[in-house]
Ligand binder design. Structure first.
Ligand SMILES: [Zn+2]
Length: 423
């Protein structure tokens, strides 16, 4: 069966292809057959195709990878969202659940989500036995006595096709109870499995009122020496205490630069944490996020069918009113001065490297699965909001149009894609 006689199943025609891994940036057509990329050429308009999709004026990238998802639907209570609404129906083909499943619940995560979703669903395994139930609502479940290094390492090692790292939290509420013992245990699991450790920064639990309440600067100073190259610091731009900007000096903490020099990576982990003021300061200081990560969950977005009371939502520390998703986060980084190509890398080639899957995903290459995102860059005057009340006007808004996963097309029609706010 030769291509010339049968043509392609699908041709994506006329788009601007941005693929940081291969350094392609320009007009290329993509020919797809049997769910695989068969050709990437400047012009396939003379070739036959059963289906020709005109993507003129659109940006075509490798399927986007969201490094910070919460999609253990049902099991993590109101916290876990539907994977395909966060994934393929938002233009995102790969999701990395951050710490929803634990060694005790990974079986269900595989069977009911990873195996049934149209999106590729991976995870960083929680270091806690309880996992991320209800978004870590009850701090007392997440102390060192709720960690079993051996069990967690054994399950991670047996499931490396979907377990790509270990998740733990370094925040003041936990540190006021147990110091950094959780990080030491998390690191032990990471070493036994040869997986990266992903650290949440920024206050999550209320501090104990009695005893030694650590300050955020001391916490990050004690944390960074425990981290190795390839480990990840998340929520650098958080408005909660304990991010990259010191409350004491108002500057980016010097130990952050030392960590980055040693190869520690930075994931934005947007969520309701994101603050324009913090982001501008951190980026201006020269810190570049390696990966983006939207961090949508049931407490920071409105779920179409949810029964969450307003009170329950507004009292959650991660509640927020500023609408966001992965492409809003991309828009924000562009507005703050990063190039489109660098921002595309944070959702394609860089996360693929983080997952050690760069031979499989994160780049558009012939012979690979047709795992492709198509984005639109709207021009106009749009308002971006954060949860500290800051408003920023931008003239470019990134929006997902559709994606292909194994050649199958999914329109970007998720209710989690915020409508543009015109300024
Ligand atoms: Zn999160």
């Amino acid at each position: 069966m030769s291509l010339s006689s049968t043509g392609f199943d699908t041709i994506l025609q006329g788009g601007t292809l941005i693929d940081p891994a291969t350094k392609r940036n320009g007009r290329f057509d993509i020919g797809i057959t049997d769910g695989k990329i068969i050709a990437i050429e400047p012009d396939l308009s003379a070739s036959e195709a059963k289906d020709r999709i005109d993507v003129t004026g659109k940006i075509v990238t490798a399927g986007m990878i969201d490094t910070h998802a919460h999609v253990y639907q049902y099991v993590t209570g109101k916290f876990g969202l539907n994977p395909d609404l966060v994934g393929v129906r938002s233009g995102v083909t790969t999701l990395v659940d951050q710490g929803g499943p634990s060694c005790m619940t990974l079986g269900g995560f595989r069977k009911f989500l990873a195996e049934t979703s149209k999106s590729r669903v991976l995870c960083y395994l929680s270091c806690y036995l309880v996992g991320g139930m209800e978004g870590h609502l009850y701090p007392e479940l997440h102390g060192p006595s709720g960690v079993n290094v051996e069990h967690t390492a054994r399950i991670a090692n047996a499931n490396k096709d979907i377990v790509k790292g270990i998740k733990a939290h370094a925040e003041i509420g936990g540190a006021s109870r147990w110091g950094l013992e959780i990080i030491r245990l998390g690191k032990e699991i990471a070493r036994k499995t040869d997986l990266p450790l992903y650290i949440h920064l920024g206050q999550m639990w209320p501090s104990l009122e009695e005893g030694d309440v650590p300050n955020a600067d001391e916490l990050i100073e004690a944390l960074v020496p425990l981290m190795d190259a390839g480990d990840v610091l998340s929520h650098p731009f958080t408005r909660h205490p304990g991010g990259f900007v010191s409350k004491e000096t108002g500057e980016v903490h010097p130990i952050v630069f030392e960590a980055i020099d040693r190869g520690v990576l930075v994931d934005v982990g947007h969520g309701s944490h994101f603050s324009f003021e913090m982001a501008k300061q951190v980026l201006d200081a020269g810190v570049r996020p390696f990966t983006l990560g939207a961090d949508l969950h049931g407490y920071n977005v409105t779920v179409p069918t949810d029964d969450l009371s307003l009170e329950e939502r507004s009292t959650n520390i991660f509640a927020g009113s500023a609408p966001f998703n992965l492409t809003i986060a991309m828009t924000e980084l562009i507005t703050l001065g990063m190039t489109l190509e660098d921002v595309v890398a944070t959702v394609t080639s860089n996360p693929a490297k983080l997952l050690h899957m760069e031979d499989e995903i994160g780049s558009l290459q012939t012979g690979r699965e047709a795992d492709i995102s198509v984005l639109e860059i709207m021009e106009g005057r749009f308002k971006l909001l954060d949860n500290s009340g800051v408003e920023v006007i931008t003239d470019k808004l990134v929006r997902p149009k559709f994606c292909l996963r194994g050649g199958e097309k999914f329109e970007a029609n998720s209710p989690f894609i915020p409508d543009p706010i015109y300024a």
